[in-house]
Design a protein around this ligand. Structure first.
Ligand SMILES: [Zn+2]
Ligand SMILES: [Zn+2]
Length: 109
């Protein structure tokens, strides 16, 4: 009971941040409907984001195609998906190295 209640009040939520108000041309459909957005992950309590645990990579999301539009002809810097992991010094769990907060215990690393 206690664990399910804790799961209900706390969790990790994605939060989409629009980095540019000006639309760019979508390389997939050719329309100026693509916006530069970034998906950050927040540790949230009662559905209120309280702590940013991961900053996402900027990517073009097309409103028309409804998916990321950066896989062809993009001028954005390309980043390799990192497979490196670190482990938390408090709870010893492993997680991707680009996290700034432990997703398990929520402490700053
Ligand atoms: Zn498109
Ligand atoms: Zn931890």
């Amino acid at each position: 009971m206690i664990e399910s209640f804790f799961f209900f009040i706390g969790g990790v939520q994605p939060k989409i941040k629009v980095l540019e108000e000006t639309p760019r041309r979508c390389p997939r459909c050719g329309l100026h409907q693509a916006y530069l957005k970034r998906v950050d992950h927040y540790l949230s309590v009662f559905f209120i984001p309280v702590l940013k645990i991961k900053t996402g990579q900027p990517a073009l999301f097309c409103n028309r195609c409804e998916r990321p539009a950066d896989d062809s002809g993009s001028d954005l810097p390309r980043s390799q998906p990192s497979t490196a992991t670190r482990s938390c010094s408090y709870c010893d769990r492993a997680f991707p190295a680009d996290y700034t907060f432990c997703p398990v215990c929520g402490r700053r690393l």
